[in-house]
Design a protein around this ligand. Structure first.
Ligand code: IMP
Length: 351
């Protein structure tokens, strides 16, 4: 059997560095995702507790990109898109406009309307389904390409090199890689299928030489800033974050206080029973929920989380004298044991 690795199984090896400061201009974290230039390689998940207009605007201004989820009506998606464009007119800072769609006949109509409404203001369309290595995905990509041969397409999710090649051959520009790794995901437990996200990224990166312009987006299971550096080293062009952004002020929904005075926000998998009940009038008979609904600790502003994550990435880049993400990829990645991972976490004497 093949051995596959998760983020916690590996670390990157430090090297000689001449970086005198981690905040200096000579450490460049920018990346290109399907033709969109991002200053930081972070994307927020298309989920109804993560990315609506406020998140997309705030993250866009900080140099990343939010993908507006598809669990909203066409009019709601147009409204959110309009808010993103307004933010651009108000501030002059360009915020990427990326809208998600599904693959049903109804979603085809919605995609067509969204593309007609926003024209060239729509920077990318994201086709978002649980298993993107699928005939319905192929039909949807062909449908969109039939309407517009140029519009950048993000598609996913896939877990394998053949899934990546399937989407790249269809002509998509960015692929979300990761099945079953999400913090609210039950896919692996319910189905027995999935691949640790790190291994999926490494496998897809092998195909990258044939599709240098197709971005790999590591999606699912990012818990710490280290996981961003590791994903990028493994070949990702950017990472997709759900839980880490769901706890911020800019994520949809209010703060929930528990009796002990702690602050939380709702975070739920898009395949959870809670979403099906809210949006689809209940679970389809004979299906099982592949996501859970939970509370995530309130983390304050998005900027705080980004500072922590990009601070970690820049410090990591300085560890190997990397001036850009391509140079970070020359770092050596090593496999560690469970003793290694417990040594990695802060573990001084506890009071
Ligand atoms: P997280 O950053 O570990 O919380 O993972 C977020 C990712 O989980 C999303 O970007 C999706 O790819 C995936 N996801 C979202 N909802 C579900 C679900 O209900 N089941 C399985 N995976 C999900």
């Amino acid at each position: 059997m093949r051995e596959c690795l998760a983020f916690d199984d590996v670390l990157l090896v430090p090297g000689y560095s001449e970086k005198r400061s981690r905040v200096g201009e000579d450490i460049d974290t920018s990346t290109n995702v399907g033709g969109i230039e991002l200053r930081i390689p972070l994307i927020s998940s298309p989920m109804d507790t993560v990315t609506e207009a406020d998140m997309a605007i705030a993250l866009g201004r900080l140099g990343g990109m939010g993908v507006i989820h598809r669990f909203a009506s066409m009019l709601e998606r147009i409204e959110m898109g309009n808010q993103i464009l307004d933010a651009h007119y108000d501030s002059g800072i360009k915020v990427p406009l990326v809208l998600a769609v599904g693959v049903t006949e109804e979603e085809k109509n919605i995609a067509r309307e969204l593309m007609e409404h926003f024209h060239s203001n729509l920077d990318m369309i994201s086709i978002d389904i649980a298993n993107g290595h699928h005939i319905l995905m192929k039909e949807m990509v062909e449908y969109i390409r039939g309407l517009d041969g140029e519009i950048p397409i993000m598609a996913g999710n896939v877990a394998t090199e053949s899934g990546f090649r399937f989407l790249a051959d269809l002509g998509v520009n960015a692929v979300r890689v990761g099945i079953g790794g999400g913090s609210i995901c039950k896919t692996r437990i319910q189905t027995g299928f999935g691949v640790p996200t790190l291994t999926s990224v490494m496998d897809c990166a092998r195909a990258k030489k044939d599709y240098p312009n197709v971005a790999i987006l590591a999606d699912g299971g990012i818990k710490y800033p280290k996981d961003v550096s590791i994903s990028l080293k493994a070949g990702a062009d950017a990472v997709v974050l759900g839980s880490l952004f769901a706890g911020t002020k800019e994520a949809p929904g209010g703060i929930i206080y528990t009796n002990d005075g702690k602050a939380w926000k709702n975070y739920r998998g898009m395949a959870s029973a809670a979403v099906q009940e809210d949006k689809r009038g209940g679970m389809k008979p004979g299906t099982t929920a592949e996501g859970v609904s939970q509370l995530t600790e309130y983390k304050g502003s998005l900027e705080r989380v980004i500072t922590d994550f990009i601070g970690g990435l820049r410090a990591g880049m300085a560890m190997v004298n990397a001036s850009n993400l391509q140079e970070l990829r020359s770092a050596e990645m090593i496999k560690i044991t469970s003793a290694g991972i417990s040594e990695s976490h802060a573990h001084g004497t506890r009071r």
